[in-house]
Design a protein around this ligand. Structure first.
Ligand code: MG
Ligand code: MG
Length: 630
């Protein structure tokens, strides 16, 4: 499997792009003409830079408005092509992309186009280069790879082949199975891109919203399966036009791109076992079964406040780590740790982020296989010193730098607690609130990093993603997307903040980076939980009374139920499958909060319609009296 990416896909000047592309592990690079024109070095030097970076120059592109031109434009077009062949000679490029003509003066006709390409093939052969013809989704006469293939077939020249681009074919919903009968030696290059489903002009969609395979909604896997079925074994090249990527970190976008190809091809390999693409083997996506523990880091003083916060919602002290300053708090199946070590990973995390979640542990089918898969997908493996006799828990670094531990389901789970902790009975336990499990973990990041997180989780774990929704904060928009598994035991909500004034954005600013911003705990009886919490001295987030008048009318609630919701500050939502109740804590330490939820029936959402009212209430609670709004 040979991977490539177009220079247009990432930010920076040509030298910065090449460095990032090589560092991410790509084998080749497409040189986009504008990147060359904007760069102050000769084509010969650029060719050397590519090779010095250890990359192969896979394609020079684009060459526009070629086929079907009437005279005198036709002659000029061929002259222009000869000039580009000169340039390719200097660069050391052997393949050029000709995309289908969009010019209003161009003439249609498959045979006319085939004749032009055949003549171009003759000229290319003399120069020792090849030409790949691609159907643009908005080409004037040719906008379908099936027609492009027919032109290439009729041109019948060894130096003329087809370039397939997933965006152009899938944006037009062309059946990928039509690719299966194309001879693999006539496919000169495969370009891959995904995109979110947005109903808009094809050209605008393509130029601004493409993203990495797996980040969008197009059936790129089916497209790639059809290509693999032809026996194609050439480069797989990302060609991504995306405004966000152009402004993002070249290094991280390149890493995402490489990961997206490895992930895509692992799926293709499983479904088209005869692929000639020689895809490295790795364990299949891992089934995760929920969160075993969440580890907070704090200094001694803040640890006391955090522990008091835990106790107010019914968590009891349940254990002490045998060699580290780590205390276990437990309720039902939920384990929360507070780490106050003065060295090691948790401490360095504290120095950067302050009191925050530094690690989560996921229960998985096979922890060793999880690490192996994550490594194959380019994740960083995390190692930490353990004391004598203590367990080494396999772990990787998450996107924001936090640690994700993996623990095997079954008896192994108990071992962590029995082996590494001194389990204790809380001498002065708070009232139990009936909290059972972690329902979901809410992670917050800057919007630009959101696709990185999404690809990270969905490529490693057997999870699916929901469509992105906008949450209205009084100071801006927060984008939200959910990653979850089929049985709902693992639910992660990702919130991407576009500005610092939203609650999510404020949290990122205060905690110096993306992190877990909220934990939601499940209960079978939200009203019993509310009563127990009240008895523990817990004060819930105060929800506006106007909200309850609306919710009562909107859902036609029994007035008695509406009164109980109002009295306990519980938010309510319902869909066709069931009901959802939410009770929020005020924010702790500039933005972290807890949520207690009850799902009745098969409600599968997260109370999205309530988010604006919850956020408004949190912002009120964050603002000391007399202080300006944040
Ligand atoms: Mg293309
Ligand atoms: Mg939530």
């Amino acid at each position: 499997m040979k991977t490539s990416i177009a220079t247009v896909s990432i930010s920076g000047d040509l030298a910065e792009k090449l460095t990032a592309i090589a560092a991410a592990g790509f084998d080749g690079v497409e040189i986009f003409e504008n990147d060359l024109l904007a760069f102050d070095a000769s084509p010969r030097d650029v060719g050397s830079m590519v090779r010095d970076a250890g990359l192969e120059l896979t394609l020079f592109q684009p060459f526009r408005d070629f086929e079907g031109m009437p005279e005198p434009q036709r002659s000029r077009t061929f002259d222009r092509a000869e000039r580009k062949f000169d340039l390719m000679g200097e660069l050391g490029a052997d393949l050029i992309l000709v995309c289908s003509n969009t010019s209003t003066v161009s003439l249609g006709g498959i045979d006319r186009a085939a004749a032009d390409l055949r003549e171009l093939g003759e000229r290319a052969a003399k120069r020792g280069v090849r030409v790949g013809y691609e159907a643009l989704a908005w080409g004037r006469h040719i906008n379908d790879h099936r027609d492009a293939w027919e032109i290439v077939r009729r041109a019948d020249h060894a130096n003329i082949g087809l370039i397939l681009d997933s965006f152009h074919s899938l944006a037009r919903k062309i059946d990928s199975n039509s690719i299966r009968s194309i001879p693999s030696d006539k496919i000169f290059l495969v370009q891959l891109a995904d995109a979110p489903l947005i109903d808009m002009d094809l050209l605008y969609w393509s130029r601004h919203f493409r993203n990495m395979p797996g980040e969008g909604d197009l059936p790129v896997k089916d497209f790639m399966r059809a290509i693999a079925a032809t026996g194609y074994n050439g480069y797989l090249s990302l060609e991504i036009f995306n405004d966000q990527f152009r402004g993002g970190s070249a290094r991280s976008i390149a890493v995402d791109g490489h990961r997206s190809l490895v992930y895509l091809m692992d799926q293709v390999r499983r479904e088209e076992p005869a692929t000639a693409l020689d895809v490295p083997a790795m364990p299949d996506r891992i089934a995760a079964h929920g969160v075993e523990f969440v580890e907070f880091v704090a200094n001694d003083e803040e640890a006391g406040a955090l522990a008091a916060f835990f106790r107010s919602i019914g968590f009891r002290k349940a254990g002490q780590h045998v060699s580290k300053q780590v205390t276990l708090y437990r309720q039902g199946g939920i384990n929360l740790l507070i780490n106050t070590e003065r060295e090691g990973f948790a401490h360095s995390s504290y120095l950067v982020h302050g009191t925050s979640v530094c690690a989560i542990a996921l229960k998985v089918e096979d922890a060793a296989a999880t690490v192996e898969r994550a490594r194959a997908l380019g994740a960083e493996i995390f190692h930490q010193q353990v004391g004598p006799g203590e367990l080494t828990i396999p772990a990787i670094r998450g996107v924001g730098g936090g640690i994700i531990y993996f623990v095997d389901q079954g008896p192994e789970l108990r071992k962590i607690w029995e082996n590494d902790f001194e389990l204790v009975e809380d001498a002065n336990p708070p009232g139990h609130a009936g909290l059972a499990e972690i329902d979901h973990v809410g992670q917050t990041m800057v919007y630009d990093e959101m696709l990185t997180w999404l690809l990270f989780y969905t490529s490693i774990f057997r999870t699916k993603k929901s469509p992105m929704v906008d949450i209205i904060d009084p100071s801006g928009v927060v984008r939200s997307q959910v990653i979850e598994n089929d049985d709902g035991s693992l639910r992660l909500t990702l919130n991407g903040a576009e500005n610092r004034r939203t609650l999510a954005g404020h949290f990122i600013t205060e905690s110096f980076g993306s992190s877990v911003q909220h934990l939601a705990f499940s209960t079978d009886d939200i009203f019993a939980a509310a009563a127990a919490l009240r008895a523990n001295g817990f004060e819930p987030l105060q929800i506006s009374h106007n909200y309850y008048d609306d919710v009562e009318a909107r859902f036609g609630l029994d007035p008695e139920l509406a009164d109980r919701l109002r009295a306990e500050n519980i938010l309510y939502d319902a869909d066709a499958q069931g009901e959802y109740f939410q009770l929020y804590s005020p924010t702790h330490n500039e933005g972290f909060f807890f949520e207690i939820v009850q799902r009745r029936g098969s409600y599968n959402g997260y109370g999205g319609p309530n988010a604006p009212f919850r956020i408004a209430a949190q912002k009120r609670s964050l603002r000391p009296k007399g202080m300006p709004r944040i």
